[in-house]
Design a protein around this ligand. Sequence first.
Ligand code: PMP
Length: 359
Amino acid sequence: MTRVYNFSAGPACLPEWVLTKAASEMLDAHNSGMSVMEMSHRSSEFQDIIDTCKARLKRLMNIPDEYEILFLQGGASLQFTMIPLNLEKHNVDLINTGQWTKKALKEHKKLGKVNVVASSEEDNFTYIPKIKQEDLSEDSDYVYICENNTIYGTKYKELPPHEGKLLVADLSSCILSERTDVSKYDLIFAGAQKNMGPAGLTVVIIKKDLIGLADEKTPSMLNYKTYADNDSMFNTPPTYSIYICGLVLEWLETQIGGLENMEKINRKKAKLLYDYIDASKLYSNPVVPEDRSYTNVPFVTSDKNLDTKFVKEAKEAGIVNIKGHRTVGGMRASIYNAMPLEGVEALIAFMKKFEEENY
Ligand code: PMP
């Protein structure tokens, strides 16, 4: 068996501890004589899996009691529609930091008024625009941000001012990578496939008093209340994704020791890589240093052909899915929780060798 170092932006690598445990439970999970994939979502075994998963998430992220945790489907993208449908008033102040806020903008516009408060598009989203309270519109109900921009490798280090307004944030590519003060947000959402588990599961963490505000004509499957009232099991939930997410959370608690430790490891990984890129003559990272992401690190050489050669040779060396997003080009190393420090060290060793051979 040869495992590669998988730098995919998502679906992304999972901790080997999780995969091994899932494999060992493939034929007989929780003494049920069957795989979790074969279990009824109404069984007591699955009820225990989903309850434990939720409890672990609440504990790890220190989620206050006033918040509800919902397990949904439809990807993070469905939230671009569900959020304006569910927040009764939907005049939004949106900060445009890339493709994922542009897609959110497109859907929000169908349902409410959207004001783009600031945008870094003119610089190909290489920084996070800083706004002031007075930049917000008087009649907006919430401020919408994408906290970590997977494609461009930018991240908010401080949340924008939003006095008198709700704060709604897409944490798809940074959730669980560091400590988060959930009480600063009104709604957090994230697709699971980067840092929480496999694709198919979307997690929403929402203030309880924001549930039940949707218009009564809202389709049941798009109403947060339906999921809140039915413990996320109004219909069949993505059972296997929830199970694996539960194992990832168990790994974070028992093997890593919680988010404070995870944050330390992630900072170390990111610093190693950025320091190397900044010191190198061949590679560069286009993002302004104070806005750099800890989980997605794009980098380029100055030559497109050399970038292509890099991606090809990296693959031969067991470093895969390192090609950058087509809108940015070059390379991107996604170094989520499950990417071990050794993976980042292996990448840097390969980058050094490639630099020596090609510069
Ligand atoms: N938001 C962010 C920040 C993302 O990176 C992605 C996916 N890469 C999405 C939203 C969309 O997620 P999904 O494919 O689950 O709809």
